[in-house]
Write a protein that binds this ligand. Sequence first.
Ligand code: PMP
Length: 432
Amino acid sequence: MSDSLLARHKAVMPDWLSLYYQEPIEIVSGSGRHVTDADGNTYLDFFAGILTNAIGYDIDEISDAIRRRVDTGVLHTSTLYLIRQQVELAERIAELSGLRDPKVFFTNSGTEANETALMLATQKRRSNQVLALRNSYHGRAFATLAVTGNRGWSATSLSPVKVSYVHGGYRYRSPFSGLSDADYIAACVDDLREVIETTTAGDVACMIAEPIQGVGGFATPPDGLLGAFAEVLDEYGILLISDEVQTGWGRTGEHFWGIQAHGVTPDAMTFAKGLGNGLAIGGVVAESALMDDIGANSISTFGGNPVSTGGAHAALEYLLAHDLQGNAAKLGSQLLQGLRAHDSALIGDVRGKGLMIGVELVVPGGKTPAPEAAARVMELAKQRGLLIGKGGLHGNVLRLAPPMTLTETEAAHALQVLTETVSQAEQELFSS
Ligand code: PMP
């Protein structure tokens, strides 16, 4: 990226809009799983899958669907009119949701999707008390900031939503981390019950939870945790919202929705990001008894516009037709195995499912977070043509989420670069 664009970015954009890398890159084109920057460097993109291009770059079937909309001369029509693409995508999502009598509402982002789900639940239960998991991320508007359990991303605590946080998502640093799966779940369920009994009047509207915590460093709770939570929630009449913004559309390999690993059907699911393969789209799918109950009009001008819904539908059909969920399962387990087998004292935890893998880096010999090591691995990987993500409460987790069309050769190459750069960072930072 040219210095001048970076300088202009800094001059005119907010300071808190952080950029990846010491020398941030400007991506100008993409193909398959690769992107090219303004200086002509090409990278294997191992993070786009979560951010935007869940499937891959420059896929004819998806690009053509978008082009067809542009060719009509009417890019967006207001959602006050009938929109064929919107109805067709809603039908498909409803069918795939597994919810009883589902309805779908489209937004432009994950934040708006979660705001909508929280609005539905709080209105239905006539309560602004909500439960969330510690270490969560759900968005950047008022209610979603309130349920975001990560100070680094919670710009304000002035939300009208009242939130109580429970343990569960971030097992590696939980007080219950040494326990077996069953004992861990039992301890978290006890904590949930205690939180409800001691910090609320019992009149809680809902719990919102990510099946795998994305921004939180791909923190992966044991299967069944949210199902066990749901049994307690049912006793109190508390609704369950699954935030599938990162875990939906088969990315976790074994299931189409992340919550399915927990053996429970939620009252609502939210989605965004990957569905559009780069287009701005989000939404909520919920049982009609919940969706239809707000008693007022609510509209999103561009939510569900024909470009986004037409393109997203093409992306969804491509994903299903090519069994990309199966590909995520297969290559994800190869990557997980390879990373777990790598011998480096820098690696504290390797976790995740499918093509959503987190590698938590620690100061060798203990569990102290090593964010400087994560930053160094990112830079070294970039120098070798591999883009990866970073995250977690302490900024010390490498996040791997390639597009779901990833090939075996690309996965093997990324694994080699990752293991070598982790060892190099360990050597540079911690060998005395
Ligand atoms: N939920 C989750 C789980 C997310 O990861 C994000 C974005 N990182 C959001 C919601 C918010 O989505 P958006 O940035 O599209 O508003």
